[in-house]
Design a protein. Structure first.
Length: 703
């Protein structure tokens, strides 16, 4: 039996609270803009800014993100006149404002009068002012001052015609997610009381029988501060959960003030779904905002483009596949990597459109005008130091035109793929804790490797979270799904027995929600479902690898495992060994297995194969579900295809990830109205995608 296909969500409309810009015809169009920091510039520059914004097709800017010290120079002094002028000027230029609550960086007068708002590290050091975001998420003093500022801004600008959305704080948790102060300790105890009710329950969950850690009064419970050896693992895991919740709670506090005073104005905050940013469980935050926003920066490396696609895709999953807002990315180089490489020609536009391909209905940059002073003066912007007479600004103008032409895409939703990749913050946090079989396990990298392999094969996939309805995917890949509570084990069993094809990996199903091992052999919670039993983990030393044999692979040696191996025994019926260890401690034992479960299956990959190895293995795992690439063979890996679906049309995004022209011979359904990109044809009439370019095609849906 094939599980039901996920049905596309109804296309969102402006009524969905997404702050769409308006096109010439009055209909919704994609948003285009940047963080705008006019307080860094004299007034004459503001006029030029608005003129250039109009030239670039900018529709919306985020204002006031780091303006607290300018807006409130002292506890009872307010200077809002300049912001009035900025908003008026932008409005006169037809540009909407996503107004920040300005609470991201507390001013010196506040931290001098109240040093007790400053965060404290695990080692007890104070995080001093001097940069930004030096505040404790749980500080009542900080909250009182911050909410006063939020109230002031909401009262003043409630009816300003430029206001299209509220931008709470900025990248909550970017620098202050883990605070170990006394405020944090108090709030952590409250959070634990709420979670466990009694100290007995806490003692059980934290396994405090170990190392004489039994608590007899709540006051004894602390955040996992610097300790003599590994702090209690469940204490560490709960502190991560608590820290994410504490920021979520702070987000709610600002949002409630805004909702009280401006109920008609949507509220968002910019998430950081990018690379290894792991402190905030955004899947759990998504319901707190009126629309999801994300910031993303490309970090150079062999999987840079894959990571962009993965993060945009995950953002879409977090947003329930509804359109989301790309609040920040960069026009070219950033300033915070060891070496900050500029983007190649075409990448500015291509990277932006890849986000749109994955459901972004807004494309914004950090920042509008490159700063002349301060820590980010070498970070690219829409108007670089060189000024408007520059390649970057010309690309910015080009992108503005393309986004204008893509107006019909606004409000469409990503069409579900047949493959889901499950991404789970709890497993991320728990699998990488200290005192484990290896410190080399990298949760995000393993998930990204699977995604890279799917991209290499040209197979569309959705990155989803345990909160998503994953039951409709034909194939569900759950890499390193380490934390498997009993309910999730049941859901996954139902999924596979109902016809779904589950694929999971090493160190999955090992612990429950308290980080207690499921006993009787690994992967405890999934043992029956997978039909295997692992008696012992065999992590590999750096540089070590093991060869795998596959039946029917005459040449052999196309798969090599690293980081991890398992001593696997097949215990269930209907288990096929897809690959075995050819050497190493477990030579001759199964390395990759698949159990057939009714119409579905449950596969286990016991070692790290990396993107290439997974690309070699995956076709065999996808075959039982009948999933294959929709791209011609020559384009696989070089072109990414995504599909968005609106009320009356499908939109195909064909993104050339490579530096060469890619022909797309015989792509099914390639015809259609070209909304963006060149419909350049090769000699035989096939579409040819220029290097680093994107073509967007519109296919009307016939009723
Ligand atoms: C973000 C932040 C921006 C800017 C940007 C630079 O993390 O929100 O304010 O610092 O990074 O890449």
């Amino acid at each position: 039996m094939t599980p039901p296909r996920p049905s596309p969500l109804p296309p969102s409309t402006p009524a969905s609270r997404f702050p769409y810009a308006r096109g010439a015809d009055g209909g919704p169009r994609l948003v285009y803009g940047a963080d705008y920091n006019p307080e860094q510039w004299p007034r004459e520059v503001w006029e030029e800014d608005v003129r250039l914004m109009r030239e670039a097709g900018v529709t919306t800017v985020s204002v006031g993100i780091f303006s607290w010290a300018r807006l409130q120079p002292g506890p009872d002094t307010w200077e809002l006149g300049w912001l009035d002028d900025v908003l008026d000027l932008l409005h006169a230029g037809g540009i909407g404002v996503d107004l920040a609550t300005a609470t991201a960086s507390p001013p010196p007068w506040l931290t001098t009068a109240h040093p007790e708002v400053l965060p404290v590290t695990a080692a007890g050091e104070t995080v001093w002012p001097g940069a930004r975001q030096h505040w404790r998420p749980t500080s009542p003093v900080f909250r009182r001052h911050a909410l006063r500022l939020v109230r002031k801004l909401a009262e003043r600008y409630a009816d300003h015609p430029a206001l299209v959305a509220w931008h709470v704080n900025n990248e909550l948790g970017c620098h202050n997610v883990h605070d170990y102060s006394d405020d944090a300790a108090r709030a952590f105890r409250d959070w634990l009381r709420e979670r466990y009710g009694t100290l007995d329950a806490l003692n059980h969950a934290w396994g405090t029988a170990f190392w004489s850690q039994r608590y007899t009064a709540w006051e004894q419970v602390l955040p996992p501060r610097l300790a003599a050896s590994h702090p209690n693992p469940t204490q560490q895991l709960d502190f991560k959960r608590f820290s994410s919740d504490a920021l979520k709670e702070y987000l709610r506090a600002e949002r409630e003030v805004l909702r009280e005073l401006t109920p008609g104005v949507p509220v968002t905050t910019n998430f950081m779904v990018m690379g290894g940013t792991r402190g905030m469980d955004y899947a759990d935050w998504a319901d707190e905002v009126d629309f999801v926003s994300n910031d993303h920066y490309v970090v150079p490396g062999p999987q840079a483009r894959d990571e962009l696609s993965f993060s945009a895709n995950l953002t879409s999953g977090i947003a329930g596949h509804r359109p989301w807002f790309l609040m920040e990315h960069s026009t070219s180089a950033v300033n915070w990597q060891p070496v900050n490489v500029p983007k190649k020609p075409g990448e500015l536009v291509r990277d932006s459109l890849l986000h749109v391909a994955h459901g972004a209905d807004a494309v914004c940059f950090f920042q509008w005008r490159q700063s002349a002073a301060g820590a980010e003066k070498y970070h690219s912007a829409m108007v670089p130091h060189a000024g408007a007479d520059s390649e970057v600004f010309r690309s910015v103008v080009r992108l503005g035109g393309i986004l204008g032409a893509l107006a019909p895409v606004a409000g469409s939703v990503r069409e579900p793929a047949r493959v889901g990749v499950l991404f789970d913050w709890d497993s991320w946090w728990a699998a990488e804790q200290d005192s484990h079989p290896t410190s080399r396990l990298d949760y995000h990298r393993e998930a990204l490797d699977w995604y890279s392999a799917l991209l290499a094969l040209g197979v569309r996939a959705d990155v989803v979270t345990p909160r998503s309805d994953f039951g409709g995917y034909d194939v569900l890949i759950a890499p390193v799904l380490h934390v498997v509570p009993a309910e999730l084990a049941k859901d996954l069993t139902r999924y596979a027995e109902g016809g779904g094809h589950l694929v999971t990996t090493y160190f999955s199903g090992v612990v429950d929600e308290n980080d207690h091992v499921w006993l009787g052999g690994y992967p405890g919670a999934l043992r029956e479902l997978l039909g295997i039993r692992v008696e012992e983990f065999g992590p590999l030393l750096d540089g070590e690898s093991v060869a795998l044999d596959r039946p029917g692979d005459a040449a052999g040696g196309d798969l090599a495992g690293s980081v991890w191996t398992d001593r696997v025994t097949v215990t269930g019926q209907d288990v096929e060994v897809l690959a075995s260890y050819a050497d190493g401690a477990y030579a001759g034992r199964p390395a990759v297995t698949r159990r057939t479960t009714g119409g579905g299956s449950a596969a286990y990959v016991s070692t790290r194969l990396g993107p290439e190895g997974l690309a070699a293995l995956l076709p065999g795992l996808l075959a039982p579900a009948g999933v294959a690439s929709e791209l011609p063979a020559s384009a696989r890996g070089r072109v990414e295809l995504t599909v968005r679906r609106g009320a009356d049309a499908r939109f195909l995004f064909l993104v050339n990830r490579s530096d060469e022209a890619v022909p797309l011979p015989g792509l099914v359904g390639v015809s259609g109205e070209v909304l963006a990109g060149q419909a350049e044809s090769g000699a035989d009439g096939d579409l040819v995608l220029p290097p680093r370019d994107v073509t967007v095609l519109r296919h009307p849906l016939t009723p």
